[in-house]
Design a protein. Structure first.
Length: 591
């Protein structure tokens, strides 16, 4: 070979080697303080190269970047950032820091306001589905999202568990629950139990991944957040206002009598530091008991026992008066709460679900929390109570039997349900598209926080009591299951999880981070709590007639649940299996 052709050949080899190192890369740019995706960030790989801009999901793509090449990120209101591209990655997460200059902070606020519409700027539609004479909010099932296009998934933590008790009520009576009544997040969290070894921080976060039992080739990622325990010998004074519906529709054995039992159980937990008021509403609203020290338990108990039902339902006026009383007796540094108990049938004043949302948002900044208790068979308005709990600072319970009425406010549920420790809690997950092709959040549809096609960007975060925990499941489709190229073996994180929250006692915002490693445990080897939670989630999917059931069946649910060995949950497990069997019989037409 002549020297001339040898030089040309050598040049071609070198050129092909350099170009082979250049690769198309992508990433997501987030606000490092609020963990919001940032649109319109200018991303450039050098002074001579054309810039690209992040889309509405904060995602950018550059066609050709060499390992170690500096990328530049710029957005008004944020400090510019230069970052060397890691040679072993095709995807990265970039955090921008808001500028300290007041004018820049104002620009940042305007940009965030443009991306997150204010609740008061528009009316969020509330789609209601009637089931006989009961109403439920209609919510579409979460679908699979492509991780490359939408790597950020977020939702507010939901500590409600009303749906499980309501589903149990239907199945116990030999009826299949309507799809809208089946809220999977609430069903999973009804059975939440704390595994040992949690940290002592205000909020702790854990994540683990296993194979998906109903969809071979897919994975199941469990994320669990848990609030810290109430320190020993700590007393938090409570200011409770019981707001009780005593209208004619409450005159039934499984309505007002169940509430009385629950309230008397609550009274047993209180001491002389605590105060209780009772507001009743029917056609009119009145104060049955002004705020009274719990040292006078016999007096408070007498008022509760003597409650009786009759008349129409002035729900709005009752809410207004209850919050007014709670504010008058407000305990700084204490636990201020309205406990509203009703079948949800408001027929005096503003009565629609949208009216309920607009009403309760007036009180969101008062520092007064809300607990909604639903009761009843027939004429039950689940949608109204869910709306009040979601858009106020609240949680939502349902009483379907006497055992639940006694359990709901007994220890340790009292601390978890009624002593709010954490507020405005949100989970944000950034998936790694090098490893995950698609993901789906199972349940939490009404708690989705600012998804790309959602109007719920201003949804308030969730509240947790002392020692309370929340679990969510994602179903993941890994890249290799779709025949895509295998991931770089050096990339070990499936996702990065951020848990945002505020502590009631302070004014700052906090974040807990957790990287979910590429470590997938066979389902049979996963711990009891994960497996049982997965069986409850699958049960909910079956009741919803989900489009994503795969190989899921009632038989599989029962098989998983029967392997739950936690002795403290033996009775709950047996009761759950009976419900599964009832549902299977109803679906098959058996008596």
């Amino acid at each position: 070979m002549s020297s001339r052709w040898f030089l040309i050949f050598l040049w071609l080899i070198q050129a092909s080697g350099v170009s082979a190192q250049d690769r198309e890369i992508s990433g997501i740019v987030l606000d490092g303080r609020h963990i919001l995706s940032l649109q319109g960030v200018r991303v450039s790989a050098g002074t001579g190269d054309p810039a690209v801009f992040t889309n509405e999901d904060g995602v950018f793509r550059l066609p050709k970047v060499a390992p170690g090449q500096m990328l530049h990120f710029e957005l008004p209101g944020y400090q510019p950032l230069a970052k060397a591209w890691p040679g072993d990655r095709q995807f990265t997460t970039v955090w921008l820091t808001p500028s300290a200059h007041p004018a820049a902070q104002a620009d940042t606020g305007k940009q965030q306001a443009a991306g997150l519409s204010s609740l008061h700027d528009y009316h969020i539609p509330v789609a209601i589905k009637a089931h006989q004479d009961e109403t439920y909010e209609s919510v579409a099932e979460n679908r699979f999202e492509p991780a490359a296009r939408h790597p950020l998934s977020s939702f507010t933590l939901n500590t409600d568990d009303a749906a499980y008790c309501n589903v149990r009520r239907f199945l116990t009576r030999g009826q299949r629950p309507p799809k809208e009544a089946v809220r999977i997040g609430e069903m999973v969290n009804y059975h939440a139990r704390t595994a040992p070894g949690w940290g002592t921080e205000a909020m702790n976060l854990r994540g683990q991944t296993t194979t998906c039992p109903w969809h071979p080739g897919h994975w199941l990622m469990q994320l669990t957040a848990r609030a810290g325990e109430l320190p020993a010998h700590t007393a938090i004074p409570c200011n409770f206002v019981l707001l009780v519906d005593v209208s004619g529709s409450m005159d039934a054995p499984r309505k007002l009598p169940l509430l009385k039992r629950a309230f008397l159980t609550l009274l047993d937990q209180l001491d002389s530091l605590d105060r209780v008021a009772v507001v009743v509403y029917a056609g009119t609203v009145s104060v049955a008991l002004p705020s009274t020290s719990a040292r006078y338990k016999s007096k408070i108990g007498e008022v509760i026992r003597n409650l009786s039902a009759g008349g129409s339902t002035a729900g709005q006026a009752g809410i207004d008066l209850a919050f007014k009383l709670a504010r008058e007796q407000y305990v700084a540094g204490g636990n201020n709460r309205v406990i509203m108990a009703t079948d949800g049938d408001f027929n005096v004043g503003k009565t629609s679900d949208a009216d309920m949302r607009e009403l309760i948002t007036r009180y969101r900044d008062w520092g007064i929390f809300l607990t909604c208790i639903g009761v009843g068979i027939g004429n039950y308005k689940d949608s109204k109570l869910e709306t009040l709990a979601r858009w106020g600072q609240g949680n939502f319970l349902y009483l379907d039997n006497e055992a639940e009425a006694e359990k709901v406010f007994s220890a340790p549920e009292f601390h978890q349900r009624l002593l709010t420790f954490i507020k405005d809690a949100r989970m944000k997950v950034i998936f790694n598209p090098e490893l995950i092709a698609r993901y789906r959040l199972i349940g939490y549809e009404s708690r989705m926080d600012g998804s790309q096609d959602s109007l719920l960007a201003d949804l308030p975060g969730g509240e947790l009591g002392y020692g309370q925990q929340v679990t969510a499941f994602y179903e993941l489709a890994p890249r290799d299951s779709l025949g895509l190229p295998p991931p770089d073996p050096r990339e070990r994180s499936l996702a990065t999880v951020a848990l945002q929250y505020e502590i009631v006692a302070d004014t700052g915002s906090h974040v807990v981070w957790e990287k979910i490693p590429l470590s997938v445990i066979p389902f049979d080897q996963a711990n009891d709590h994960l497996r049982f939670g997965a069986s409850v989630a699958l049960f909910g999917m079956l009741l919803q007639q989900s489009d994503y059931l795969g190989n899921g069946s009632y038989g599989l649910v029962e098989k998983i649940a029967r392997r739950y060995h936690d002795r403290s949950m033996k009775q709950s497990r047996k009761a759950f299996v009976k419900l599964v069997q009832r549902a299977e019989h109803l679906d098959s037409g058996l008596p």
